[in-house]
Design a protein around this ligand. Sequence first.
Ligand code: IPM
Ligand code: MN
Length: 371
Amino acid sequence: MRFKIALLGGDGIGPEVTAWAVRVLETIGTKRNHNFDFVPVKAGGAAIDEFGEPLPKQTLEAAKSCDALLLGAVGGPKWDSLPGHLRPERALLGLRAGLGVFANLRPAALLPQLKNACPLKDEVLALGSEDGKPAFDMLIVRELTGGIYFGEHGREGSGSEESAYDTERYSRSEIERVLRVAYKAAAGRRKKLCVVDKANVLESSRLWRETAQQISRDYPDIKTEYLYVDNCAMQLVRAPGQFDVIVTSNIFGDILSDEASVIAGSIGMLASASIGSGKGIFEPIHGSAPLIAGKNIANPLAAILSSAMLLKYSCALDAEANAVENAVYAVLDSGFRTSDIASRDGAAAGEKIVGTSEMGEAVLKALNNLL
Ligand code: IPM
Ligand code: MN
């Protein structure tokens, strides 16, 4: 089969990590007789520098004409003082809205190989996990095209009377469609869904909860639970094993997924898929990490795992997606670690601290062996 992939390396470490995701897809193509045509596009800081705007029209058009968008990261200190509508992050919001990807899937699991990189104690990891073993495996489903990110923003007044506002607004249909994505995901997993909101305070959250209570009737074999977001933030570090699928609003999902990434060992490991009506966006959840850009030390595994999600959700190549994941696990098994996932006594434990390119090469080699 032939797939057209828009490629947005972006800023900071984005280009260096997506380069390996591209090599992974090319390897799949060669070995399994598929064609991946990459269409390079610009957005974020790189586009501000070149075109004076974060999301040029031609970038969105190109992304729309492709089967999927593979994205690195955007942003950096160079563009931090620009006004809101010109910041690199606007490009992400424009792409998410423009492609209609309303559901952002962020899997966070503790890989046994990375247990040493997890800051939680074994007793904590065992609490609430199904078999009492220290482990967790959750999927955060974050609403991605609504809520406070897209509500009315503004400023009024001046001097000490100046005020600013951002509006959290959700319609029933926006909530319902992301809930259905989460229920479907739960059906293919451990059949537990936790709806996270702040319904004790926020009207928009009360609509989330009401809608969830209604929709839950369509999924009688899924156990639905409700948690306030503050409690959820606490439960994530108190007993993460209790969670299967979490579904929540745009801003709560943004915050909780960063928290989940730390207990999974490193934000350098977490991939994401943003899906909706058609095309998907696939990106690591880490940012552009300007401090480590260009030093060959960034972890490419989140980008590589994002390419696995792309294979699954945009190409229906599930076996190939599994091969990519297994290649990553094999490389971790053989002790390869970028510095973000190394243990303190790593060398003693047989770990090899490697840079971005050695890690990428190791994955390609493992993948070639698996295909
Ligand atoms: C993320 C990022 C983005 C977000 C930023 C860079 C706009 O933090 O994808 O989690 O808040 O959605
Ligand atoms: Mn974030």
